[in-house]
Ligand binder design. Structure first.
Ligand code: NAD
Length: 353
């Protein structure tokens, strides 16, 4: 037993097949009567379906969500909400759309309902990100945490299989790092292990049939648990490294996570044996890092940074940038082993034993 502090974050979760039908009731429970529905342009049809369910409680649809929440898009959404007299926002989509909802909540008293359609997990965190002059500023504020989250597996069925796989591994990364977090606690560890188990099994079934609603349900349930872990405890080497790679080389977010995770686990293996045991057990493997590598291989995910646009001559720069801002990690982050990690990840080799 060890000492810990646990602070529960207050959000209500409505989970189940076709649970989106409860959206009007959930708006009403927040004491709201005019909901602005947020989405990306690609998900306008789903937003129209939500608007239809909301009926007279819908103030309008704003299809202005884009990747990384540029400040202009955030300001525009706040202005649209004010113009339409909205008293809450319903964000249907992935992390980008939920991120736009959070940007509105940061600037106004509007409560947010999230209806996630990917496995990113942003809906469970008080973390926001807004991009200004090419730099993504992130912060933590409890007022951006969605008040209600509706998880409906049917709505994630349209997410292409390849995107589902990388999104799922991205979620697993939150839980894996949560298991060795400096401020971890036993409740988060329970959620993390169960989240990894549920996602790994759901993703394997999706490989057979991307339309399998039970598998979609397992993935979404896992994403909820993993997102909760991300919202409550600190992340380490894996997340910092992915942030550096994404920011410096404009690499795709979820794909970068999927490639780095097995290597980050191998790096930390000796320093966090109990976390590794739990990750391995959840994956049904003997070893956390090798098990993660095997899972992404099984899912046919890109395993080399070179495949997703990382230049070979950028590895030294990535290593130096990752070392420039020190942060806590179970094993000290040092130049030589970090450079070796990056090299293996770049060429798609198995993680170091
Ligand atoms: P995304 O929200 O950018 O979505 C990618 C594309 O997929 C969009 O065009 C979207 O409309 C489409 N899409 C989403 N669901 C779909 C579905 N079911 N069917 C068809 N198309 C669908 O991708 P994401 O991976 O969910 O989110 C990534 C972003 O979220 C990143 O910017 C990341 O930084 C952020 N994020 C934030 C947190 C946080 O806690 N703040 C946590 C995780 C991720």
């Amino acid at each position: 037993m060890y000492d810990f502090t646990y602070t529960a974050l207050a959000s209500r979760v409505v989970f189940g097949l076709d649970s989106v039908k409860h959206v009007e009731r959930e708006v009403e429970l927040l004491g709201a009567s005019r909901a602005l529905v947020l989405c990306t342009r690609e998900q306008t049809q789903q937003a129209e379906m939500v608007a239809g369910l909301l009926g007279r409680r819908c103030a309008g649809i704003h299809a202005g969500a884009v990747m990384h929440v540029p400040i202009a898009s955030a300001r525009e959404a706040v202005a649209v909400a004010a113009r339409l007299g909205a008293d809450c926002a319903v964000a249907i989509g992935g992390g980008s759309t939920v991120g736009l909802g959070k940007a509105i909540a940061l600037e106004s008293p509007l409560p947010i309902i999230a209806i996630p359609t990917t496995y990113a997990g942003s809906e469970m965190t008080p973390i926001y990100g807004i991009t200004e002059n090419g730099i993504k500023r992130t912060g933590r504020d409890s007022k951006v945490l969605p008040r209600t989250v509706i998880y409906d597996p049917r709505l994630s069925r349209g997410l292409p299989a390849a995107m589902s796989f990388v999104s799922g591994i991205n979620a697993i990364a939150h839980a894996a790092e949560g298991l060795y977090a400096q401020d971890g606690n036993p409740v988060m560890s329970l959620m993390a292990e169960e989240g990894i188990r549920s996602l790994a099994s759901g993703l394997r079934k999706l490989r057979q049939d991307p339309q399998d609603l039970d598998a979609r349900g397992s993935c979404l349930y896992g994403a909820w648990l993993c997102g909760t872990v991300l919202g409550q405890v600190g992340m380490a080497l894996h997340h910092k490294l992915c942030h550096t790679l994404g920011g410096s080389f404009n690499l795709p977010h979820a794909e970068t996570h999927a490639i780095i995770l097995p290597h980050a686990l191998a790096y930390n293996a000796k320093a966090a044996p109990e976390a590794m045991r739990r990750v391995a057990r959840a994956l049904g493997s003997d070893d956390a890092a090798q098990g993660m590598f095997d899972l992404s291989q099984e899912l046919g995910i890109a395993q080399a940074l070179s495949e997703i646009g990382m230049p070979a001559d950028g590895l030294d720069h990535a290593c130096a940038t990752a070392l420039a801002n020190p942060y806590w990690n179970p094993r000290p982050v040092e130049a030589a082993p970090l450079r070796a990690l990056l090299q293996r990840a770049w060429s798609g080799e198995r993680p170091a034993v």
